[in-house]
Design a protein around this ligand. Structure first.
Ligand code: NAP
Ligand code: ZN
Length: 346
């Protein structure tokens, strides 16, 4: 067993505080990664606050993990000590179901989430707000040697969660694409959709983000409270990706789609959306959702981003500032992903 320092919430809505626990030594197929950086996803905050129900405490969040391989089991083929490595939202799956065979382990009913999952031996998984993690090599991602680790970390969730639906719905040249919400996921969605050749419009409820959105590559920015601007663009979008973490009016947003347009939700507010049938039947609109992405596609996304020079815009913080960072994230005051420097735990 390896003593490990981390930060945990001890109860729903509780502040994160120092927490010591033990990681198992790596088994034959496992990789021990010393965590360098971990991104702060809004899902971490939802889980700490038990917004979706089912959170278990102590909860060590964190699923945007990058670090350096420290030790490998004897049967590990793809990694050696000193390599960069990444871990995303899940660390295992059943490997036999239809989803697993299709390389979409995120849809496996028994996928093991990186944190908060109950293991067969009764222990719980603890996430990336910690010094190190031990993961089966099949669920560890390769990170380029020369990568900027801090700005690559958010790709492990925010990157793949936006890349996957953009690929699934073949977003690209000639399409008018909307990205709703300019946070961690949204700013990655914007960069990726733009890199695929689409015309990209950012929808934000924060007028102060207008200039940033243009700098990040948006062709246009629409502030959702600007009625005239919303009216002008009504019925013109082929595809809209909604990354918003809080309740908002989906009927208004569905009205932005053109005939046969797709509206895909990745953001998960705690309360259910109210969708009027007219928002769908008028224009034969489709409403769908998408959950992160499989390991194979996550590697494809990491390689694509490395080739294109796409990374996240990050604000690096020490672990000790995590509670302040959560407060700021709730206010939309993050440009555009907090990333924890794990050196601060030493
Ligand atoms: P984030 O950085 O906090 O961004 C969320 C954005 O939503 C904000 O920047 C803001 O953008 C917008 N927003 C916030 N409150 C709003 C309100 N009241 N009305 C309208 N817009 C509002 O969060 P994130 O890390 O990107 O995560 C976004 C959501 O995706 C979370 O619910 C998270 O749990 C979920 N998620 C889902 C998956 C998946 O697999 N589907 C994976 C990861 C995360 P503007 O200021 O530009 O309006
Ligand atoms: Zn996440």
């Amino acid at each position: 067993m390896i003593p490990t320092k981390g930060y945990a919430a001890k109860q729903a809505k509780g502040a994160l505080e120092p927490f010591s626990f033990e990681r198992k030594a790596p088994g034959p197929k496992e990789v021990l990664i010393e965590i360098a950086y971990c991104g702060v996803c809004h899902s971490d905050l939802h889980k700490v606050n038990n917004d979706w129900g089912g959170s278990a405490y102590p909860l060590v969040p964190g699923h945007e993990i990058v670090g350096i391989v420290n030790k490998v089991g004897k049967d590990v083929k793809r990694f050696k000590p000193g390599d960069n490595a990444g871990v995303g939202c899940f660390i295992d799956s059943c490997r036999n179901c239809e989803a697993c065979k299709d390389h979409e382990e995120q849809y496996c009913a028994s996928a093991t989430w990186t944190y908060g999952a109950k293991l067969a031996d009764g222990l719980r998984t603890y996430g990336g707000y910690s010094e190190r993690i031990v993961v089966n090599e099949d669920f560890v991602l390769t990170i380029a040697k020369d990568a900027n680790l801090a700005s690559t970390a958010p790709l492990l969730c925010a990157g793949i969660t936006t890349y996957s639906p953009l690929k699934h719905w073949n977003v690209g040249k000639g399409q008018n694409v909307g990205i709703v919400g300019l946070g961690g996921l949204g700013h990655m969605g914007l960069k990726l959709a733009k890199s695929f050749g689409a015309k990209v419009v950012a929808f934000t409820h924060s007028p102060k983000k207008k200039e940033d959105a243009l700098r990040l590559g948006a062709d246009e920015v629409i502030v959702t409270s600007d009625v005239a601007s919303m009216e002008k663009h009504k019925g013109s979008f082929d595809f809209i990706l909604d990354t918003v973490s809080a309740p908002h009016d989906l009927n208004q947003m569905l009205g932005m789609l053109r005939r046969n347009g797709h509206y895909v939700i990745v953001g998960v507010p705690s309360d259910p959306h109210a969708v009027h049938a007219f928002s769908l039947i008028e224009g034969r609109h489709s409403l769908s959702g998408s959950l992160i992405g499989g390991i194979k596609q996550t590697q494809e996304m990491l390689d694509y981003c490395a080739k294109k020079g796409i990374v996240s815009d990050v604000e690096v913080i020490p672990m000790q500032d995590i509670n302040k960072a959560y407060e700021r994230m709730l206010k939309g005051d993050v440009r555009y992903r907090f990333v924890i420097d794990m050196k601060s735990l030493k």
